[in-house]
Write a protein of this length. Structure first.
Length: 158
């Protein structure tokens, strides 16, 4: 009889502690700063509008060449072959950008790449010492070229 009452009291205490822990976590989650997705979407659309309006203001005057006998394919090839470099302002790769593209990665640690992000989307510092964050950063910045070569070799592409 005493063991039943002990287990009942133990269940009661555990239930109270769990309820208290859940309440504090829920309060923390409900009061934390959340990303305003509508604001982010609006910002992206504004950037797109700026880009498309600057592109549409530029007029292309080029002569059409014959690349293929198929007129549709020829039109596509003429459009892509004659685009000036100013139409692709985001494709300006410079040597100082090599590290961000993984060209000159130097690892500080075996698991944490040198090009790890310093802040999150909201500008808060990223805690790289957290094992979950470190594993995600490692997965995103890992060099998968050997894996892709093995896949290509298995498929017979290379």
């Amino acid at each position: 009889m005493q063991s039943k009452s002990f287990f009942n009291e133990l269940r009661k205490i555990i239930r109270e502690e769990v309820q208290q822990a859940v309440r504090t976590e829920m309060k923390r989650l409900l009061t934390e700063n959340k990303t305003d997705h509508k604001k982010a979407i609006r910002h992206g659309l504004e950037l797109n509008n700026i880009n498309t309006t600057s592109r549409s203001s530029q007029v292309h005057t080029t002569t059409k060449k014959t690349f293929s006998k198929d007129p549709m394919l020829n039109d596509l090839l003429n459009e892509t072959a004659t685009l000036p470099a100013s139409d692709w302002p985001t494709l300006d790769y410079r040597s100082e950008m090599a590290q961000a593209f993984g060209g000159m990665r130097q690892m500080m640690d075996d698991n944490i790449p040198h090009v790890a992000p310093q802040t999150d989307l909201d500008g808060r510092p990223v805690n790289i010492s957290n094992e979950h964050v470190a594993s995600a950063v490692t997965a995103m910045t890992k060099d998968y070229s050997a894996l892709m070569k093995a896949i290509d070799k298995k498929k017979g592409i290379r």
